[in-house]
Every structure is written in C-alpha cells, then in structure tokens.
Design a protein around this ligand. Structure first.
Ligand SMILES: *Cc1c(COP(=O)(O)O)cnc(C)c1O
Length: 834
C-alpha cells in the first residue's frame, strides 16, 4: 500500500522541510535493506550502538529522498555538521522532523493497522514464538492470504515494519512480539492490536531486566488487552495464575493434558520412534493427529498451533493432514573447511541453551559421517537471568549427552564452572587470548569437527577467520586507486542520471569481491552484481550494504537470497514460478527481481513475445516485484556486429517498455556492458553494467587503461644446470646451453595456465623477460634466468603493471577475462590504493 508524503507527515505529526513530491511504499531503518530508493522513507533511528543519521549521505547517494529525523539530527544537517551529500550540491529532499523517529515509526504503523478488520494473531512468550508463527503459516496458508513478521522481527522496530506489510490482499496477520524491558509491550500492543493472543511459555530468556518472573509474565499479557481469545498452556499453573490476575476480557482456550474441563483437552500424547501421536477433545469432538517431531518443545508448540487452528475453524481433517507435514524451522549454521583437517561449524550469532542444544545435535550428526573428534568452543552464555552454577550444570549435561570430546571455554563465567566438564578442556578469558594461543601453537586443533558458538559480544568471527586462514607466497596485488580511476573514466561518459551496476561476479573478475565491493560502495555505485547467491551472502556477512543482484540465481539458494537481501535475475517462467513459490512459503512480499530479456544472445532470458504472459503472471502475485529489466549485448565491442547490436537495442526498447507500461512504479532499464558504454552512448537507458573496464582492460581494443591486478611471486631457488640436462617433468625442458634456472612457487593450481610452459611465454624478473622452461607443475614452475641479474627471494611478475595481461591472453588465444578469473582462491589478494 502506498501513502503520499503529505498524509504520512500528517499521521506522524511531523514538521516537513522540503517539497519534493513523493509516494511512500517502503519504510527503512537498516540501510542494507534498501531496494526502491525513490519510494522509500528512511527513519534515522538512534540506538545504543548506532546513529541512523550517519547513513543519510550514503542513502542520498543511492537515491533516497525522504528522511524522518530527530530535531537534533536536523540541527546537525542545518548547521552543516552532517552533510547529506558527499559534494557541494544542495540536496533535493524531504525531511520529516519529529521528536523521536522510533515513536513516529510506531505511530505510522499503528495508523496503518487501524485500516484493517482482519483477524490478527499476536504471539509472545520466551521461546517458540518464531516456530509457532511459521507453523501456523504452514497450517493455514492454503486457505488464507497471510501476512506475518519476517523471521523474528519482534522488537520495537521489527513490529512496526512487520505491520506495515499488511495490504489489501491480507486475510490473516501473524505477528511476534518480544520484549526485553518493562513497559515495552504497551507500545507493541498498540501497533499489533491482536484479536487472537498466543502465549507460548515463560522461561528465563531476557530475564535480567525484570524484577521477577511474574512481572515479566504480566508484562507479556499486556499484549492481549483487547483480544477476543487467548491461547496458553493451562497446565502451567504459573501462567494460569497470571492470566487470572490480569483480568483479560477475552475468551480463553487453555489447553490441558490433565484437566478435562479445559476447553481443549489433550487426552493422549504417545511418543513413537520418530513422531508423536496426539489425541484431543474440543467442543465434544475427539480427534487425533501425528506430529513429525518427538521433543517436548515441539509438542508444546504444536498444541498452541492446534488451539489457534481450531479457533479459526480449520476442519479437523485438514489439521491432521497438515500437522503430519510440518517442517522444521531452519536455523543458521554454517559449515566451513578449517586448517589441519578440521571442519568448522559456525554459530557465532546467539548463545542460549535452546540453540546450543540444536547446534550440538547438528555437530553430533555431522561427526557420525566424518569420524572427526567433537570439539566445542563456547563463550559465556549471556542474558539468561539464571544463576551461573545452574546454567553451566545444564550446559555440562548437554555437552556430556552429545558426546563432546573437548571443550574450549571463553569468558570468565564459564571458567568458574570448569570442574563440571569431564572431558579434555581449556579455558581462556577472552577471544584474543585464545587466538594468540592458537597462533603460537600452544593450542593445537587437528582433525576435529569444531562447533564455534558464542554470544556476539565475543566476536568469534575473528576466531573462525584464524581457523580457516590460508597462506601462500604468491600474491595478486590489486590497485584500488586504479580501479576507481577506471570507474570515473566510464562515469564521465554517462549522462548524469544514469545509474551504474558494477559487476563483481567471479570474485570481482578475480580481484577479490569484498575489497572491491567495499571500495565501490564507498564510491556510491548503485548496484553490485555477482553470479551466485553464495558470492552475495559472503559480501553481506562481510558488511557490504549496497544493493546486490544475483545473475545466476540457483533454485536451491532462494532462502539465502531472502535472508541476505540479494536480488535475483529472473530469466524464465520456470525460475519465476519456483521463486514465487519459495517467497510465498517464507512470507516474503515484494522481493525485488531483475527481468532478463533475450534480444539476440540466445543464452538466458525471456523472449520478447513472452512479455504479455510475464506481465500477467507478475500482476497476479505480490511475492516479487520487477525492479529492473535488462538485456545483454552479443558483440558491442566490434564494428562488424553494429547492425546486430542496433537491432538488439530496438528489440529491448520495445520489450522493456511493454513491461514498464504495465506497472505504476519505475522499472530501471539497462543493456550496456563496458564496450556498450563506450560505443553506444545512446543506449544508456536508466542504468549501465560495468565489468571488464573496471578492471583496467578496454574491451574494444584490448588496451590496458589503469592496470588493476598484478600477479607476483618470488624466486625460491636458483641452480646452474648443464646444457645437456633437462628441466622438469617428462624431460620436456631442453636447454641449448649451460643455464641458470629459477624455481618459483606458482603452478597451474594457482591459475598459471599449463600451455604457457615450454617457452611459450615468459614472466618478468627485475624487468627482464624470463621464459618458462619445461612443463609447468601444479604448484611450482621453472624459468630461465641465465641472462638476468637476480638472486633467490627476488620478485617475479607473472602479469600486471609491466607485463600486460593481454600478452598472455593472446598467446593462449583467449580473452583477458579468462586470465583474470583463473587466478585461484589460494592466491592471497593484497590491496593498496596509490
Ligand atoms: C558480465 C556481464 C556484464 C559485464 O560485461 P563486461 O564486458 O565485462 O563489461 C554485463 N552484463 C551481464 C549480464 C554480464 O553477465
């Protein structure tokens, strides 16, 4: 649903400075999630750790024109302390000035919520909120269009953003509400206004700010103030008492396994090997369902779901059918290869007992496959409110029951309970001390499967990095300054309003995607593009916030794309259907996609004739939304194809306009690659895609502009070899005279093409040509330095500043792209800016 900026200003009671006309579809609090700058309203929130106003210049550069700011931030803007634009232009923006941007966000969501009369489920409790929400969605979504909180958006910020997703199509809404301090629930109640309340359970999580468990439980019940019905575990006396005390006017569906008088009586719970059979009586009817889980938490979650489904009058046979198919709610555990034969399981995101249990289980199952020793690196577990000895007694029980063979504790609390763990153990006060012990060899990890689990505060990412680090003497030196010079040179050919996508696929053409992406982001490019989802998620994990396009989205990786806000290219109906299906399953709406049209390449893309069908399909759903439409040139670098290129432009113009005309929002159109920018300046449309040119190679004449990458190594050893001897495998390296032969640590496994061997090419040693002698080996090769003044340890240039990459691509009868992208990942990238 969209609102005019005027009506939003009024809803929030804001003071507006600026008069840019605008329609707002999207609310943004996290600059990493930006996708539709023109229709976005950014809230500059101040949190303990961050001041959102800092992101205004970056967002402005990316096209955002509407900002909600505090009086204080606005004073900083007015006084010039905070400059919304990087250079001197005066910005064309709307500022909505309010006393408190968070309150304004909540108020806006409240008014939006007020427009809907549909049932709204509000879920709160200490554990299980997300699972109950996701399961309810699995159970009810075949009947009703559901809007629900994305992942676990349950905070003071997450709830308004969730509620904002309600639209004309919604028939049921499911929102989570989580609190960490007294008084917070009232605000959430106002925004969600649930008609159906579910209290999952009350436990120790987030206890530290509450005086007592009762205070916390009563606070949670505030959510249910105006509900029609409240669902909870009637066997939990504590909860039952709190519900009675809070005097809710709602009807209650308390479920019970003991008390037949309760509205929902659970008559039997029978655990089998891999499932649980549950019988219940509701409104005098007896029914049974099978749950594909056996743990107590899942049983409890399923009973809360059951009560909600019954209240919503979902027929018993539908409930039975769908309960049997419930799927586990995915967790995020990353598996990586470590040094010394180790396997790393990275879960350095949260640390509570529940997630530890799940992660240990995962570790255990993985260890059965590979037989590695089971090791746990665990930090202090924070914010449980439990006392230390009790907590770590439970941890120790878990550790013992899952066959952990070694524990490495980090933090002061866990160390005090060291005696409880009767396995191989060591303890460190903090992460840095642990890392130093590993680097000095005092702590050796070898052939182990290691679960790395810690509260975020402990910064275990640095630990993971050390355990997976790779070292090698050959380096690819990347000149970031040269890359920026190339970027600017292409930018100078663009019309001012044209946006830029920078291609950082294939590790930024071999240069290494993170540093390149970070530098490009600093220079405010509009989009980055990578080939596959993993390349994108790596960038996100490293902190890249710019918009990212995935050019070859794998069907198996949609979840990764949603989680990390990676926008897929869509080129076929098959892919589109799969994407829509997955997005709907995840409760995602309006996920931006980029539509590829085939105008002559005949590789991937919708045919121009597909446009009407595509438009119809896109209009019939709201899971995805076209952000851009594009096509790719076949031969924009060569005059011999100019007629063909012009035909591609005509075809694209027509197909892309057809799509644009079918939608009210702006869809960015683009077709130019590097060569296209240079040779077809009239075809810039809204955006261009810059690839090889960024990395210094002019695709039109193969000249080098500002060289970006230089592959270097050093001489390991030099020897004198008699003229009649040979060098290397299969005696291929014949000599014509007594020679000095140097061995260098680079081989075909590093990306040095084997066809360069046997004198077909050369490298540079102290500026002079040294031909490759004999076959290039896997990790090493030999060069002839007979006529060169050099010694062991001297630098060798394989390609780069003094030996153009095009020399090698010509010898190999290939294109520079292949040379650049062949440098293998074990070659360390080193960056500098001149
Ligand atoms: C790689 C790629 C580009 C960039 O091409 P260059 O020739 O490197 O500029 C542009 N568009 C698409 C679709 C690509 O895959």
């Amino acid at each position: 649903m969209s609102y005019s900026i005027e009506s939003i200003t009024e809803s929030m009671g804001a003071r507006r400075v600026g008069s840019v006309p605008a329609t707002i579809d999207w609310l943004l609090t996290d600059s990493r999630s930006l996708s539709f700058p023109e229709e976005t309203l950014f809230f500059a929130l101040t949190t303990k750790r961050n001041d959102g106003a800092r992101y205004i210049p970056d967002l402005y550069a990316r096209g955002v024109r509407n900002f909600v700011v505090s009086e204080e931030s606005y004073r900083d803007i007015e006084s010039g302390k905070l400059k919304p634009t990087a250079n001197d232009q005066s910005p064309v923006v709307n500022y909505l000035i309010v006393p408190n941007p968070l309150k304004a966000l909540q108020k806006l969501a409240e008014q939006h919520r007020g427009k809907f009369q549909i049932p709204v489920i509000g879920i709160t409790g200490s554990n299980g909120k997300t699972i109950v929400k996701e399961w309810l969605h699995q159970l009810i979504s075949p009947e009703r269009a559901i809007v629900r909180s994305p992942r676990s958006y349950n905070s003071q910020i997450g709830v308004p953003l969730s509620v904002w997703q309600m639209n004309e199509q919604s028939e049921l809404a499911i929102f989570e509400a989580g609190i960490s301090e007294p008084g917070e629930m009232r605000a959430l109640q106002n925004i969600i206004k649930p008609t159906i309340g579910i209290l999952t359970n009350i436990g120790g999580a987030h206890q530290e700010n509450f005086f007592s468990l009762q205070e916390k439980c009563m606070e949670k019940l505030v959510l249910f103030k105006n509900c029609d019905v409240v669902i909870y575990n009637g066997d939990d006396e504590f909860i039952s008492n709190c519900v009675a005390k809070s005097m809710l006017s709602a009807r209650e569906i308390a479920w019970s396994r003991k008390d037949m008088e309760r509205p929902l009586y659970i008559s039997k719970v029978e655990k089998k090997e891999e499932c649980t059979v549950i019988s219940y009586r509701y409104l005098d009817m007896d029914n049974t369902f099978t749950l594909p889980f056996i743990d107590d938490a899942s049983i409890e979650n399923s009973l809360n779901c059951l009560a909600a489904c019954l209240y919503l009058m979902l027929p018993a046979e539908k409930i039975t059918e769908r309960m049997a198919k419930l799927e586990p709610v995915a967790m995020r555990l990353e598996v990586k290869e470590g040094k010394n034969g180790c396997l790393l399981i990275n879960d350095s995101y949260n640390s509570d007992l529940g997630s530890l249990d799940i992660a240990l289980n995962f570790l255990y199952r993985r260890s059965l496959v590979n037989g590695l020793k089971r090791t746990l690196v665990l930090s202090d577990i924070l914010e449980t409110g439990q006392n230390t000895p009790t907590l770590y007694r439970q941890v120790a029980q878990l550790v013992n029951s899952r066959g952990i063979e070694r524990i490495i504790g980090v933090g002061n609390e866990i160390a005090t309970c060291a005696a409880r763990f009767d396995v191989e153990k060591s303890f460190y006060p903090d992460t840095n001390t642990l890392i130093r012990a590993i680097e000095r060899g005092e702590l050796r990890l070898e052939n182990e499967i290691i679960l790395i689990k810690g509260a975020r505060k402990f910064g275990f990412d640095a630990l993971t990095e050390v355990l997976e680090k790779k070292v090698h003497e050959t380096i690819l030196e990347v000149n970031l300054g040269a890359m920026i010079a190339n970027l600017n040179s292409y930018r100078s050919r663009l019309k001012p309003e044209a946006k830029t996508v920078c291609m950082v696929k294939a590790s930024a053409y071999g240069a290494g995607s993170y540093e390149i992406a970070k530098t490009l982001q600093e220079h405010h490019v509009d989009y980055l593009a990578v080939a596959v989802a993993d390349e994108g998620s790596e960038l996100r994990k490293a902190g890249i916030t710019a918009s990212i396009i995935i050019m070859n989205p794998e069907m198996t990786a949609f979840k990764t794309m949603f989680d990390y806000k990676l926008e897929p290219e869509v080129y076929s109906f098959h892919l589109l259907e799969a994407l829509i299906k997955e997005a709907e399953k995840e409760g995602i709406t309006n996920f931006p996609i980029h539509v590829k049209v085939d105008t002559g390449m005949h590789r991937l893309g919708f045919a121009p004739e597909d446009m009407p069908r595509l438009i119809e399909r896109l209009k019939g759903q709201n899971a995805v939304i076209p952000r851009s439409v594009f096509s790719h040139f076949v031969g924009s670098d060569a005059p011999q194809f100019d007629a063909f290129t012009r035909q591609q432009i005509v075809n694209f113009e027509k197909a892309s306009m057809e799509l644009q005309n079918a939608f009210p929002h702006k869809i960015l159109r683009h077709i130019c690659n590097s060569a296209g920018i240079e040779r077809f300046p009239g075809a810039q449309f809204d955006m261009v895609r810059l690839g090889i040119g960024l990395y210094g190679v002019n695709p039109v004449d193969n000249s080098i502009m500002n060289n970006v990458s230089t592959l270097r190594t050093t001489i390991l050893q030099i020897r004198d070899v008699p003229g009649e001897d040979t060098v290397g495998y299969s005696r291929k390296g014949h000599l014509s005279r007594p020679s000095r032969i140097a061995a260098i640590p680079i081989g075909y496994a590093d990306g040095l093409n084997r066809h360069l061997g046997n004198g077909h090419a050369y490298c540079l040693v102290n500026g002079q040509k040294a031909p490759y002698v004999g076959n290039i080996c896997m990790d090493v090769c030999m060069i002839d330095v007979t006529d060169i003044d050099c010694k062991e340890g001297d630098m060798v240039e394989i390609f780069g500043d003094h030996l153009p990459i095009t020399v090698l691509s010509d010898i190999l009868e290939t294109i520079p792209y292949e040379i650049l992208t062949s440098v293998s990942t074990r070659v360390k990238r080193v960056y500098y800016q001149d």
